[in-house]
Design a protein around this ligand. Structure first.
Ligand code: FE
Length: 201
């Protein structure tokens, strides 16, 4: 966000080729510079249209605008989380978040197996999401369709994996499972742990 309330594209926290061989440089350039930029632009355009709508008091397009806000807004937020959900060579799951995962899933292995399966089997375009659910004080694994469907109210996402084809098709073609396995090799569990601590408050 800038001072004017315009959303801007955040820079990658590492070089475009830093996640190779698991995520290739060309995919990262297209994904960050074109796709993520598109969601940021779409979000800003939608917020502008909503401001005009309020000023005119004409709400004929409010359903479409509300959908656009959910779609582009969720796309912009999830991609910002996604870049931080990876780090060169990966960062291990440990400490407080590891303890929570063992409590809620039985073991780290069972947690990882569910995360891989849920993410690989998202129907069409979407995301695998690790989140903290504060009412039950639990870690949960969610599937998200597109950017905004099949989510759970009130959760704080901790780590996300993009499984839209643009995230992997250049390098992995239809082999989403291999891409998800590659993502898990560079998963940044230190970032997830930091978000977990913040969410727990
Ligand atoms: Fe994406």
């Amino acid at each position: 966000m800038t001072n004017k309330g315009e959303h801007t594209l955040p820079e990658l926290p590492y070089a475009y080729d830093a996640l190779e061989p698991y995520i290739d440089e060309q995919t990262m350039r297209l994904h960050h510079d074109k796709h993520h930029q598109g969601y940021v632009d779409g979000l800003n355009a939608t917020l502008g249209k909503l401001a005009t709508t309020r000023a005119k008091g004409e709400y004929g397009a409010i359903q479409a605008l509300s959908r656009d806000l959910a779609f582009h807004g969720s796309g912009a937020v999830l991609h910002a989380l996604f870049w931080n959900s990876m780090t060169p060579k990966g960062a291990p799951l440990e400490g407080e978040l590891l303890d929570a995962v063992k409590r809620d899933f039985g073991s780290a292995e069972l947690f990882m197996a569910q995360l891989a399966a849920a993410t690989k089997r998202v129907e069409a375009s979407g995301w695998g999401v690790v989140a903290y659910e504060p009412v039950g004080d639990r870690v949960v694994i969610l599937q998200c369709e597109n950017h905004q469907n099949l989510t759970m109210w009130g959760v704080d996402p901790l780590l996300v994996c993009d499984v839209w084809e643009h995230a992997y098709y250049l390098d992995y073609q239809n082999r989403r499972g291999e891409y998800v396995d590659g993502f898990l090799k560079v998963a940044n569990w230190a970032y997830a742990a930091k978000r977990y601590r913040a969410a727990k408050g």
